[in-house]
Ligand binder design. Structure first.
Ligand SMILES: Nc1ncnc2c1ncn2[C@@H]1O[C@H](COP(=O)(O)O)[C@@H](OP(=O)(O)O)[C@H]1O
Ligand SMILES: [Mg+2]
Ligand SMILES: [Mg+2]
Ligand SMILES: [Mg+2]
Length: 353
């Protein structure tokens, strides 16, 4: 089947990177730095980016990579660099055959920095481009909440493959519906899900493991007979989406259930498996451009699970414009049958018509 090799490499690479992020999640000192835009980055983000790019570069040396992080801060911080290298050099899948296809040890710290910087592609409308968010929801990761390791392959502007590792999501889909997963702590027993999707082949999930890939099962959005019965998801960080506007949209749709708040693309994953139905990300700042690595994998996952994903104008997310979604504003994802109704409510609340 098409893109089966890409899917497998991406799944194994994300699964291995999750071993590293889980290790850092349990450490008190996560090596947090503030980037130029004041947002945090940790040892986990840098380490996961190195491991995943290494796997892509080994298997698909001609592909481009648009990744969130870069190494300049690390080049000036020998201590942090050494700590990250300590993690990266030791992380392996506990299954030799699986580790082999994504492995091949990096030689040293310098090789690690070089690999991190292979994620500087400018993106665009042509060719094979991977979009990588080594930790999405870094603030959730630091808070002890949800986060996700996200990787997508975009070919000529179209998302073909998406893989998302969510170490802190419950494995059981129905438990996710009844638990307040937004405030759930830690990644103990019963947690950790790997989602994946190939265009035209549907979306699947499987438990994350520390070795080879576990058996997968198909996932889909749940039917919602009446929009007022829908559960909506939104981010925890009030600066990333307008929670007041999100609430006004829900009210307009007759939704009375409280929102499920969780960080990262775990929101796309949750609605794709029927743990929630609608994802609202209404803009806070007029000029903010969403990043492609924050949405590419989740966009395809939800669409293949029976949903639609658009911006606040009802326009599909456009991954051809470079590193950002500069022609889109906000994100609205819902079961296909409800999307028009939800967009109508969004536009009424935002005075767009
Ligand atoms: N003003 C803003 N509006 C929307 N998204 C923003 C934002 N500032 C940062 N972000 C993005 O929000 C992502 C997290 O989304 P969420 O709030 O849904 O968990 C961050 O990803 P990272 O954590 O990978 O940096 C970051 O890229
Ligand atoms: Mg970030
Ligand atoms: Mg992100
Ligand atoms: Mg990130």
């Amino acid at each position: 089947m098409t893109y089966e090799h890409e899917r497998r490499i991406a799944e194994l690479a994300v699964q291995r990177a999750c071993l590293l992020t889980k290790k850092v999640f349990h450490e008190k000192a996560k090596g947090t730095l503030a980037k130029d835009d004041k947002s945090p980055v940790t040892k986990g983000d840098f380490g996961a980016q190195a491991l995943i790019i290494q796997a892509i570069a080994k298997n698909f040396p001609n592909d481009e990579i648009v990744a969130e992080e870069e190494s300049s801060e690390l080049r000036q911080d020998a201590a942090l660099r050494a700590e990250i290298w300590d993690l990266v050099k030791d992380i392996k899948l506990n299954d030799a055959a699986s580790d082999e296809v994504i492995g091949g040890s990096l030689a040293n710290e310098e090789a690690m920095l070089a690999v991190i910087d292979q994620g500087k592609s400018l993106g665009g409308a042509t060719g094979r481009i991977w979009a990588l968010d080594p930790i999405d929801g870094t603030k959730g990761f630091l808070r002890g909440g949800q986060y996700a390791v996200c990787l997508a392959l975009i070919v000529d502007g179209d998302v073909k493959v998406g893989v998302i590792g969510c170490p802190n999501l419950p494995i059981d889909d129905s438990e996710a519906l009844t638990t307040n997963i937004g405030s759930e702590q830690s990644d103990e027993e019963g947690k950790g899900v790997l989602f994946s999707v190939v265009q035209g082949e549907g979306a699947v999930s499987r438990p994350l493991t520390n070795a080879g890939l576990a058996p997968s099962k198909p996932i889909s959005m749940r039917p919602v007979p009446d929009v007022s019965q829908a559960v909506f998801c939104e981010g925890v960080e009030a600066a990333h989406s307008n929670q007041d506007d999100n609430a006004s949209v829900a009210k307009r749709l007759g939704i009375t259930a409280p929102s499920v708040r969780l960080d990262s693309q775990a929101k796309y994953c949750s609605i794709a498996r029927g743990a929630g139905d609608i994802y609202l990300r209404l803009p806070m700042k007029k000029d903010y451009q969403e990043k492609i690595w924050d949405h590419a994998a989740g966009d395809l996952l939800v669409r293949e699970a029976g949903g639609q994903v658009t911006d606040i104008y009802g326009k599909r997310l456009d991954f051809t414009k470079g590193r950002t979604l500069k022609d889109n504003k906000g994100v609205v994802a819902a079961p296909a049958a409800l999307q028009d109704q939800v967009i109508d409510a969004v536009q009424a609340v935002l005075n767009l018509k």
